[in-house]
Design a protein around this ligand. Structure first.
Ligand code: C5P
Length: 407
């Protein structure tokens, strides 16, 4: 499946910090995703990792000498979509902040007009020094994005802030810089994953939802500039960077969390596979197989989406999911009306490449006046298409509102 980094031209600057070894993994990851990575190293960086390593991982020549090739500092940045500098040392930050052009990397950045992402990595005292903080503020003022260094054990043996940020959050920042920020200002609330309904201290009722679709929606909305709250049942996924995560276990907990957060949301997406039933009574002791009739008494859980549909604000957009094993369109349309949603995303849970616990999906988008079946796509691409549809619905609503105001 194509990644959003495919064919993107990245100028990857590497500076002289021990964290340069991590940059090798990042160049490899970007290249595997189909990005065209050109590495520029400072002289100090070549002391930590050889240019050969980066050349082998990127499949392209590595540049480090200002004087080797004619106008490399002009040619390199013009053929690029974004500049990523990792690790960015205190020295490089100072050079960039002062517009110096005394090596190939700093001259290239000075000559570039594309987004720049710096990833500081250094000793915590060097990071905390007012000079570095002032230089970082200057870079932010230039519009450069800064991947905040993390706290932890540093190469010098000290504990503190200064560790290179994690790849997942840097990758998301890079994708954000390469993506139109068309969801800026939207407050998005997403539910994801299954719920777990306990029967006794050892057992629960649940379903096969992995949370991948809801997490993909959260990542892509954040990437497009939205403020995202993700209410998640128990899943084995890393939290998407930059997203407010609320962990819940049962349907009742999810209902409570949704009702707390829904008021301020402009778009609510219920991608969670909420258990329709819970145990009528929780047994505080483990149920013995000899002690009871093998019958389970169940109680219905509240339908969170339908509750939202009844109480929603007029300007809120409500999106539900329907996991179906047959009669997809009719079932989706029935749920659209019954739950008073603006959009129902129907997926087929019997297909081997769609539905539960796979990275791909094929969905049908159902609104009051349209039905559209998308191709088999990655869940992230599917999520982007859902956001495109949401944007179109919001635009149509605005047009209608303007017409009503005018008449
Ligand atoms: O009725 P069904 O469960 O198929 O509807 C699916 C949609 O309703 C999903 O958006 C799901 O998150 C939501 N739902 C809910 N609360 C429930 C059951 C489903 O919000 N108890």
């Amino acid at each position: 499946m194509p990644s959003s980094l495919r064919s993107k031209k990245i100028l990857f600057g590497v500076c002289g910090s021990i964290a340069a070894f991590k940059a090798a993994g990042w160049v490899s990851a970007l290249t595997k995703e189909g990005a065209e990575v050109t590495v520029v190293m400072t002289a100090a960086a070549t002391r930590f990792v050889t240019p050969l390593t980066f050349a082998a991982l990127s499949g392209r020549p590595v540049h480090s000498d200002m004087w080797e090739e004619g106008m490399a500092h002009i040619a390199l940045p013009t053929a690029t979509d974004a500049v990523l500098i990792a690790p960015t040392t205190a020295q490089a930050i100072a050079r960039l902040a002062h517009g110096m052009a005394d090596d190939l990397l700093s001259a290239s950045v000075l000559a570039c007009t594309v987004p720049v992402l710096v990833c500081p990595a250094m000793n915590s005292k060097m990071l905390a020094h007012p000079a570095t903080q002032k230089n970082l503020a200057t870079l932010r003022g230039f519009g450069y994005a800064v991947a905040e260094p993390e706290c932890g054990r540093l190469a010098c043996g000290e504990e503190g802030a200064g560790r290179l940020a994690e790849w997942d959050s840097v990758r998301e920042m890079l994708l954000g810089l390469l993506t139109a920020q068309d969801m800026t200002g939207q407050q998005v609330l997403i539910t994801a994953g299954p719920t777990r309904e306990p029967l006794d201290p050892a057992r629960f009722l649940s379903n096969r939802s992995s949370g991948k679709m809801g997490y993909a929606l959260a990542r892509t909305a954040k990437r497009r500039g939205a403020a995202v709250t993700l209410i998640s049942g128990p899943v084995a996924l890393e939290p998407p960077p930059g997203v407010t995560l609320v962990r819940v276990e049962t349907a009742l907990e999810m209902a409570e969390a949704v009702s707390k957060c829904a008021q301020t949301a402009s778009i609510v997406v219920k991608a969670a596979a909420v258990a329709d039933f819970r145990a009528a009574a929780f047994s505080a002791q483990k149920i013995k197989k000899t002690a009871v009739e093998p019958l389970l008494a169940l109680a219905a859980n509240p339908d969170i989406l339908a509750t939202l549909g009844r109480s929603r604000r007029a300007d809120q957009l409500l999106i539900g999911f329907a996991a179906e094993s047959g009669n997809h369109e009719a079932e989706g349309r029935r749920k659209l009306l019954a739950k008073k949603a603006d959009l129902i995303v129907v997926n087929d849970i019997l297909g081997s490449s769609t539905g539960f616990d796979v990275d791909t999906n094929q969905v049908t988008l159902i609104t009051l006046d349209s039905t559209e079946t998308l191709d088999l796509l990655s869940k992230e691409e599917t999520a982007d298409r859902i956001w495109d549809k949401a944007a179109a619905l919001l635009r149509a609503r605005q047009v209608k509102f303007n017409q009503q105001e005018a008449s």
